[in-house]
Structure formats: structure tokens, C-alpha cells
Design a binder for this molecule. Structure first.
Ligand code: ZN
Length: 128
């Protein structure tokens, strides 16, 4: 097969004209593996798939990509711990059925105060 991109005689590689992650099902077999991989690279297919407009449509249409998962932009944005500026105290937001959970580590005392927070505030007041 003559690759339509590099014009070399090579074995064909199935190329989704529109990425499968965007619902594409039309496949051509006129591209070699190397060119197919280059098309799937960050600046072409991957860039298109990861564009905010594409992600929004993938969520709305529940389109799973090659990994078999539908994007979860809110979950991705909140799924890591957030440094609070207070040493050893982190806040984590996570998805939970019906909403989100806020977790403070270490957990707050029984009276609702966060370990380290009031001590630091007290120290800062003491310094000034
Ligand atoms: Zn090629």
C-alpha cells in the first residue's frame, strides 16, 4: 500500500478519520503506522480530543475514547489534594453520589477546628 501521507510503500494501519473518542467510525486503510501514530499525536488528534469543546460534547454524548472512559472534567479538576498553605493540612474534594465530599487531612477536631490552623493563626497574631 502507498501511504497517502508519506507516499512510502508500507503496511496499512487503520486510521479513524474522525477520532473514535469523538464518535468517529469511518476508517481508512491508506496510512502507514508511523503516519497514523503522528496523526494521533498531541498536536493533532489528541489536541482535538482534549479541546474543551470536544470534552464538553464527549460528556454530553457519553462518548468513551480508546481507554473506554468518558471524560470527567469536574472530577479531574477536584480529584487531587489542595494545599492549604498550612503545613501538613490538605483539603481534598471528591465526587460522591449526589454531590461532592470535602475531606480535610488531618481530620478536624471534634469541635470542628482544623489541626494546625488555629495554632498558625495564633502564631501569626503573636508575631505582629
Ligand atoms: Zn506514511
Amino acid at each position: 500500500m502507498t501511504c497517502i501521507i508519506c507516499r512510502a510503500e508500507k503496511a496499512p494501519s487503520p486510521e479513524h478519520v474522525i477520532p473514535r473518542a469523538l464518535g468517529g467510525s469511518f476508517v481508512i486503510r491508506r496510512v502507514c503506522r508511523e503516519c497514523n501514530n503522528a496523526l494521533g499525536a498531541k498536536n493533532i488528534d489528541q489536541g482535538l480530543i482534549e479541546h474543551n469543546a470536544s470534552v464538553e460534547r464527549r460528556v454530553a454524548l457519553q462518548l468513551a475514547g480508546n481507554r473506554g472512559t468518558v471524560p470527567d472534567p469536574i472530577g479531574d479538576a477536584i480529584s487531587h489534594s489542595i494545599a492549604t498553605g498550612i503545613p501538613d493540612v490538605k483539603v481534598r474534594l471528591s465526587r460522591e453520589s449526589g454531590g461532592y465530599r470535602v475531606t480535610v487531612k488531618p481530620p478536624p477536631h471534634h469541635n470542628g477546628t482544623v489541626p494546625g490552623f488555629h495554632e498558625r493563626a495564633y502564631r501569626e497574631r503573636s508575631i505582629t
